[in-house]
Design a protein around this ligand. Structure first.
Ligand code: SF4
Length: 236
């Protein structure tokens, strides 16, 4: 991917304030849903608006429990969820040429690009902004995530994409406290030691003394454990 700069505006607001700003500022704004943090945001958003847009990326490689979780969230909140799929031809070409597990040999970049980034790029062309559950303490690659950012990775010459990360300042403990206090649905894999959940072949459970991101792409360096959805290039 090109080296796009991601401009950050330092702010310190509650997650609800960040969501309110996002909804006030943009008509075309959607919540990206995959993990526990995202459902916290959906829960908060449902208390602020009765017309939220939610999407998730179906890479075709998710756990059965994750598909059940998506359906549960849809039913629980009574919301539509845009399920975004990769281009069938691109997936077929990758699998034909390199097999179903090329990421273990060559790294995850190519597969994530086809199954996640390009579908997201296409979806975001219809959006002015998106909302994610990123937290600063999730990984070294997220240590300077801001609550509101210009996301130049998905901007074009015509439009600067805005990205809102309402939980940037929250810890994992705060997320789970909110889930317990508000009976928010969560992926049942969390009860089996999975803390950060992505695609099935690229996710494993972690021990209590391990960082949550150690369960993702564990065969690669920690600084490369991003799928490319959240590109950050620091100012020189
Ligand atoms: S997480 Fe793994 S299976 Fe999923 S898109 Fe990335 S490389 Fe492919």
């Amino acid at each position: 991917m090109n080296s796009h700069k991601l401009a950050s505006d330092a702010v310190d607001q509650t997650p609800q304030q960040v969501l309110e700003t996002a909804f006030d500022q943009h008509d075309a704004v959607a919540i990206s849903f995959s993990g526990a943090e995202d459902v916290v945001l959906i829960d908060m958003a449902c208390n602020l608006s009765d017309a939220i847009a939610v999407f998730c990326l179906d890479t075709g490689r998710l756990h059965p429990e994750t598909y059940q979780f998506i359906e549960k969230v849809r039913d629980f909140y009574g919301i539509d969820i845009d399920v975004i799929f990769p281009e069938a031809e691109s997936v077929a070409s990758l699998v034909k040429e390199k097999g179903l597990f090329s990421f273990y040999e060559e790294g995850h970049a190519e597969c994530c690009s086809i199954r996640k980034i390009e579908p997201l790029r296409k979806y975001l062309t219809e959006m002015d902004a998106w909302i994610t559950g990123q937290r600063r303490d999730q990984s070294p690659t997220r240590s300077f995530v801001a609550q509101m950012q210009d996301d130049l990775a998905f901007s074009t010459a015509e439009k600067t994409m805005k990205k809102y990360n309402p939980l940037a300042n929250w810890s994992s403990a705060q997320v789970w406290q909110y889930i317990r206090d508000n009976d928010v649905p969560y992926n049942k894999l969390h009860d089996r030691g999975f803390r950060s959940i992505g695609c099935e072949p690229c996710t494993r459970s972690t021990a209590p003394n391990q960082h949550e991101r150690e369960g993702r792409w564990w065969w690669e360096e920690a600084t490369r454990r991003e799928c490319g959805l959240h590109v950050v290039v620091k100012d020189e």
